[in-house]
Design a protein around this ligand. Structure first.
Ligand SMILES: C[S@@+](CC[C@H](N)C(=O)[O-])C[C@H]1O[C@@H](n2cnc3c(N)ncnc32)[C@H](O)[C@@H]1O
Length: 273
């Protein structure tokens, strides 16, 4: 962990400890996510390309040099292009392995890493933009965790700031009755095979990833998420006094019609006065 890591005063062992025991006060969703992200950190950038389009979009939304807090910063796929655009970037992440990858990619320390659980987050300051990209809100397992997340988002957002949440459209997943299996190429290193099973009543998804990498024996890791309908995101936002100002199916403000899980849902909110 970098010496510049922000001390949040939070429990920095938000998940499974060395013995795989759940830490006191930790949510199960966070614990599962942490273990899963630790297992995938090494291969994450081989599967998912950098996302400069998010930085380009935020440049149209807020002022130059604005402060941005990214929730679930991972390896910096989104955060590093944000820093390239001149934003002041802070990134919360529960996985130490993800933050170690970020530190390798950011030797100048342009991103301020915060090792902790966003569910409990209170940095004692606000940001011009709080960004929850690439399904981070769905990394929770329960409604209670998602309510805690939206409160954390709201208390860290400036009164004249923006909240930007990216989630997948759950329409097709909600009606799938069999495991959905996807093979993801991992650069020249091999493949990751993902199997996704859905429990529509609780909106939980069991994601199991098996890594076939570098000619080594396969390794598997699983996590549980909870998907969110756009209308639910609006309800969560209303609980935290956030008002919807835009909803799109992509970062160029393409119209969002819903009903197609190949598309993402980008929701933009502002705090109510
Ligand atoms: C799908 S990845 C997205 C990473 C990065 N934002 C990107 O777009 O590439 C979600 C990230 O959120 C992190 N995360 C999930 N729940 C979290 C929590 N409660 N607190 C902090 N980080 C969390 C995970 O460890 C993971 O790195």
């Amino acid at each position: 962990m970098s010496e510049t890591t922000t001390d949040t005063g939070l429990d920095l062992d938000p998940g499974l400890g060395e013995a795989g025991v759940l830490g006191e006060g930790s949510g199960l969703g966070t614990a599962l996510t942490t273990a899963y992200s630790d297992a995938l950190a090494d291969v994450y950038d081989d599967i998912y390309p950098a996302a400069p389009e998010i930085a380009e979009y935020l440049s149209t939304l807020t002022k130059p040099g604005a402060s941005v807090l990214e929730l679930g910063v991972g390896t910096g796929r989104v955060a590093l292009p944000l820093a390239d655009q001149g934003f002041e970037v802070h990134g919360v992440e529960t996985s130490a392995a993800m933050l170690a990858r970020l530190a390798e990619k950011d030797p100048e320390g342009r991103i301020t890493p915060v090792h902790g659980d966003l569910v409990q987050l209170d940095l004692g300051r606000t940001f011009d933009v709080v960004l929850a990209p690439f399904n981070v809100m769905c990394c929770a397992m329960t409604v209670d965790e998602q309510i805690a997340m939206i409160h954390a988002i709201a208390r860290n957002t400036a009164p004249d700031g923006h909240v930007v949440i990216e989630t997948f459209d759950p329409s097709d997943h909600h009606v799938q009755r069999k495991a959905d299996v996807t093979t993801r190429p991992a650069g020249g290193r091999g493949v990751v095979i993902e199997s996704l099973e859905v429990l529509p009543a609780s909106q939980n998804m069991l994601l199991n990833s098996t890594l076939f990498l570098d000619g080594a024996a396969p390794k598997s890791s699983s996590t549980v998420m909870r998907y969110l309908w756009p209308s639910e995101i609006d309800l969560l936002a209303a609980i935290a006094r956030l008002e919807l100002v835009g909803r799109y199916s992509g970062w160029q403000e393409q119209p969002f019609d819903g009903g197609d899980s190949r598309k993402m849902c980008v929701s933009v909110f502002r705090p109510l006065a």
